[in-house]
Design a protein around this ligand. Structure first.
Ligand code: NAD
Length: 543
């Protein structure tokens, strides 16, 4: 144990580099993109610190250039899933007994490696593997993940330092034990930062991890694993495998040592897994923690007092950055009748200025969607809108998968506030607008509240303070992250803790103390300095 109460360096948000013409970061990133494109990476699983190459080889292609091969990974079978669990359990005693300041050091070092020598590689891998432009990769893979590491370390120290009161002759302490067993981290494709945070947040608190990334994000996941190893995460503490989701679920959720599930992804997958865990509850040694951040149908609501240009730009950025594949992306918008013409004019002008193409060409704001199933799903909703009487496509509407999975930023105008694309999460560059009677603001708030199962992010635009207060109260349960006169995306770690309730998740706020508290089992220790030696209490005496 430490011979000192060490203080953590105060966490600060990693500054975002701007990749301006001629900047050193732009040169370095371009050189890294070229290098990665010229290589074919052979990506192993990492089990107990060993590189494992078994099973079927699967090729990896940039979503915007599907004929190019970036590398290969190996699909894990049942045997590798079991090995990963065994390796995690073997690593557990040493890891959970390591003093907290050494766990802190490892993840502070990971932040500095990520923001320094690995910055270009993690950004380039995210750009190529997940089709993100340089800015979207920078704010995600480099900055947000470095923020997760640094702020989580600070929150861990705060959690450990929160101690109960003591009384005369007694000293009370609380020890934040790691959970008994192993944690399963199941991560989505759309944020490299989330893929990095879900295994490391529980690991920081002393837990051991089996990690399965999305198959469309293996390419950046293996760069993360290299960083974890370089930072000193011991063998077996984080085990990276690539089974199919259902296979992983079958083995992991029936294991008696399964103790926690850290998930970000779609609502349907989360709900099915919750059921699976429930069905197996009698098998576990301890009640598992289930933490999931899931889907969204995020909104912008403009009041008649709003500035139309501000609303229009929030729509452009909020709906179409990273092709609308952010869980927080605006996908339904309610515009008052008095503002619609001005909002439409500015929004469509901005969209017509936006270039679509591969992220290696830095002039492209807009890149490809993640894979063919996503492309086909989005195309089918666009075709449906073209055919439906109550919907009209006012921007975009074209798609092409001959070179990559490109879907134009598409805006649907509907006359039905319950039109399917106002309700269902599509997870792509499709925004639906409903124009309401400017004098029916209360009614539209009721409609908005009852339209979708989700409650992740939402934004109100108004210049009227009474309206802002009214909407903030009335829409309390419609979003876990609520924005006033701002787009509903772009939450920053340490500033706007992120997560939603209803169908959007357990609202355990990634990158916050609330989340880290879920990865510990507190033990209360009471020490009595002068124990009693007589069973009788004073009240037993009459005089
Ligand atoms: P997804 O649900 O398809 O996949 C998430 C993970 O689950 C992947 O690793 C995938 O391989 C795995 N998986 C898929 N089917 C499975 C099954 N049957 N059994 C076990 N595992 C399975 O999600 P995605 O497409 O990677 O990500 C997009 C979704 O994530 C969207 O719904 C989005 O809203 C959500 N998301 C939410 C947040 C948030 O903070 N609320 C953040 C990012 C993404």
């Amino acid at each position: 144990m430490a011979k000192g109460f060490y203080e953590i360096p105060l966490a600060e948000n990693e500054p975002i580099l701007d990749y301006a013409p001629g900047s050193p970061e732009k040169k370095e990133l371009k050189a890294m993109l070229k290098k990665l494109r010229s290589e074919v990476r052979d990506i192993p699983m990492y089990i107990g610190g060993k590189e494992v190459r078994n099973g079927k080889k699967v090729s990896i292609h940039p979503p915007h250039d599907i004929k190019h091969t970036l590398g290969y990974y190996y699909t894990s079978g049942e045997e590798e899933v079991k090995q990963a669990i065994d390796a995690a359990l073997e690593a557990k005693p040493a890891w959970e007994n390591l003093s907290w300041e050494h766990r802190a050091s490892i993840f502070l070092k990971a932040a500095d490696l990520l923001a320094g020598p690995y910055r270009a590689e993690i950004n380039a891998a995210t750009m190529l593997g997940q089709s993100k432009n340089a800015y979207q990769a920078e704010i995600d893979a480099a900055c947000e993940l470095a923020d997760f590491f640094r702020f989580n370390v600070q929150y861990m120290a705060e959690i450990y330092s929160e101690q109960p009161e003591s009384a005369p002759l007694i000293w009370n302490r609380v020890e934040q034990r790691a959970l008994e067993g192993f944690v399963f981290a199941l991560t989505p494709f759309n944020f490299t930062s989330i893929a990095g945070n879900l295994p490391t947040a529980p690991a920081l608190m002393g837990n051991v991890i089996v990690w399965k990334p999305s198959k469309t994000a293996v390419y950046s996941a293996h760069v993360l694993m290299k960083i974890f190893k370089k930072a000193g995460v011991p063998d077996g503490v984080i085990n990276l495998i690539y089974p199919s989701g259902p296979l992983a679920a079958k083995v992991i959720f029936s294991h008696p040592d399964f103790t926690g599930f850290h998930f970000t992804g779609s609502t349907e997958v989360f709900q099915n897994i919750w059921k699976n865990i429930g069905d197996n509850i009698h098998k576990y040694k301890t009640y598992p923690r289930i933490i999931g951040e899931t889907g969204g149908k995020d909104y912008i609501l403009a009041h008649k007092s709003a500035d139309p240009k501000e609303v229009a730009t929030a729509m452009t950025r909020g709906a179409f950055e990273y092709q609308g594949q952010k869980c927080s992306a605006a996908s339904r918008v309610y515009i008052p009748s008095n503002l619609w013409d001005a909002v439409k004019e500015h929004h469509l002008a901005e969209l017509s200025d936006m270039k679509m193409g591969p992220p290696e060409d830095f002039t492209n704001f807009f890149n490809a969607v993640i894979d063919e199933p996503s492309f086909d799903k989005l195309a089918s909703f666009i075709d449906r809108a073209k055919a439906d009487d109550n919907a009209e496509i006012i921007a975009g509407g074209n798609y092409d998968k001959s070179v990559g999975y490109f879907i134009e930023p598409t805006v649907i105008l509907t006359t039905d506030p319950h039109y399917i694309t106002m309700e269902e999460e599509l997870f792509g560059p499709v925004l639906t607008v409903y124009v309401y009677d400017e004098n029916k603001f209360d009614e539209i708030m009721d409609t908005l509240d009852k339209t979708s199962i989700y409650a992740l992010t939402g934004a109100i635009f108004s210049s009227d303070r009474y309206i802002i207060e009214k909407a903030t109260k009335r829409l309390r349960h419609t979003a876990g992250n609520f924005y006033i006169n701002d787009k509903p995306t772009g939450a920053v770690v340490g500033q706007q803790p992120f997560g939603g309730a209803r169908g959007s998740g357990t609202d355990d706020k990634a990158g916050s103390k609330i989340n880290l508290m879920r990865w510990v089992a507190p033990r209360t220790i009471k020490e009595n300095f002068v124990p009693a030696t007589d069973y009788r209490y004073s009240f037993l005496d009459e005089e």
